[in-house]
Ligand binder design. Structure first.
Ligand SMILES: Cc1ncc(COP(=O)(O)O)c(C=O)c1O
Length: 371
């Protein structure tokens, strides 16, 4: 325990890509390259719409690391991040009042984005393998779903890693009901030995999203979208050819394309993966013996089962008194789902390993104290 009055609390709320030495070195170089490039003015002063041909080629090469083969650039867009893309996908795939399905605990932005699009989110059961195919099938039978949003690789918030078998079962259900899949693969490139994405099992059904937020930097506001087909991409864009709210910022695109083409992006991702693994080792050391932690070696956070009688609200209050900030897990719940017996703790937000140890040690003390 230490003086919460005099020491800033250790933030264990949010996750992002950890800072690594290769990041500064290469991003500094790419900024200089962008500044000196003959096309600096057009990079900043002109539309880049959905990414230049060069951005798309670099993206296709980069995504082939995850998809097994480069996607055709005609199905690929470079956008202003996952959330901007989801706003568009939700509103184009689901009419006002329609429903999409999502894991019952899901990315905190999903409920907010659905509210903006005036669509409903229906919860699908999850287990240690991620979204349950039988639960999705029951929803498909009962509702006319417009799409299903799935985060199968390093699920946020539970950290589950969906097996290949479950991926195939979900695809079978989606295919049976002609249900478009929106796959959020934000952790795909930082996950060692990740099973293949749904997009490579069912490319014709899947809107695949890969953000750079967790593998390079969230401030770049950039994601890649691969459509199920050239035609579906054309349909998506037809009524909104010039809505710039989801276009990639030119400078970000230039930086990322430089990082990919020079090989620096892979180096940064390699260092990020090592840093995550080091922080996961610390989490194992501090919490592993308590038997309450769900995680995977590549996760930016851990998901903790609160032992009875702890529930989320008093645990968060007690953590705060002991110098640690946490978020209530209700932010991850789809409507009607209660989540009181878990906490997500970021391993990345604490600046140093020493801070991480202190934060986890405070949580461990509380978890064993049970009051
Ligand atoms: C599940 C999930 N998807 C996507 C993102 C990234 O979204 P964006 O690309 O809008 O930064 C995050 C985190 O920031 C996330 O947790």
């Amino acid at each position: 325990m230490y003086g919460a009055e005099t020491t800033a609390p250790i933030d264990m709320t949010r996750t992002w890509a950890p800072e690594v030495p290769a990041f500064r070195e290469h991003v500094e170089r790419s900024l200089l390259a962008a500044a000196r490039a003959p096309d600096l003015a057009s990079t900043i002063q002109r539309h880049r719409f959905h990414g230049s041909a060069r951005d798309k080629q670099a993206a296709a090469d980069w995504l082939s690391k995850r998809l097994g083969a480069p996607p055709t650039p005609t199905r690929l867009l470079v956008t202003g991040g996952t959330q901007n893309t989801l706003v568009v996908l939700f509103s184009r795939l689901a009419a006002e009042g329609a429903a999409i399905a999502a894991e019952k605990l899901t990315y905190a932005a999903i409920g907010q984005l659905a509210m903006l699009g005036r669509i409903r989110v229906l919860p699908v059961d999850i287990d240690e393998d991620g979204m349950c195919d039988d639960s999705l099938e029951a929803l498909c039978k009962a509702h006319n779903l417009a799409a299903v949003y799935i985060n199968p690789t390093g699920h946020n918030p539970t950290t589950s890693m969906m097996s290949l078998r479950r991926r195939q079962s979900l695809v079978r259900v989606a295919r049976k009901y002609a249900l478009p899949i929106i796959e959020d693969d934000v952790h795909g490139l930082i996950t060692k030995n990740a099973p293949p994405p749904l997009a490579s099992i069912a490319p014709d059904l899947t809107w695949y999203l890969m953000s750079v937020s967790k593998c390079l930097g969230i401030g770049l506001r950039t994601a890649y979208l691969i459509a199920p087909s050239d035609d579906s991409l054309a349909d998506l864009l037809r009524p909104i050819p010039s809505v710039s709210s989801w276009f990639v910022p030119g400078l970000s695109a230039a930086i990322i394309t430089y990082l990919i083409e020079s090989g620096a992006a892979s180096q940064i991702v390699g260092e990020i993966s090592k840093e995550i693994a080091a922080r996961q080792d610390i989490a194992q050391e501090m919490l592993g013996h308590l038997g309450v932690m769900h995680t995977n070696k590549s996760s930016l956070h851990v998901w903790i089962d609160l032992p009875s009688p702890w529930t989320a609200e008093p645990f968060i209050r007690a953590a705060r008194l002991n110098g640690v900030s946490l978020r209530h897990p209700r932010v991850f719940a789809t409507p009607g789902v209660n989540v009181e017996h878990n906490i997500r703790a970021s391993l990345i937000a604490p600046t140093t390993h020493e801070d991480l140890r202190r934060g986890l040690s405070a949580l461990a003390d509380l978890l064993v104290s049970r009051t």
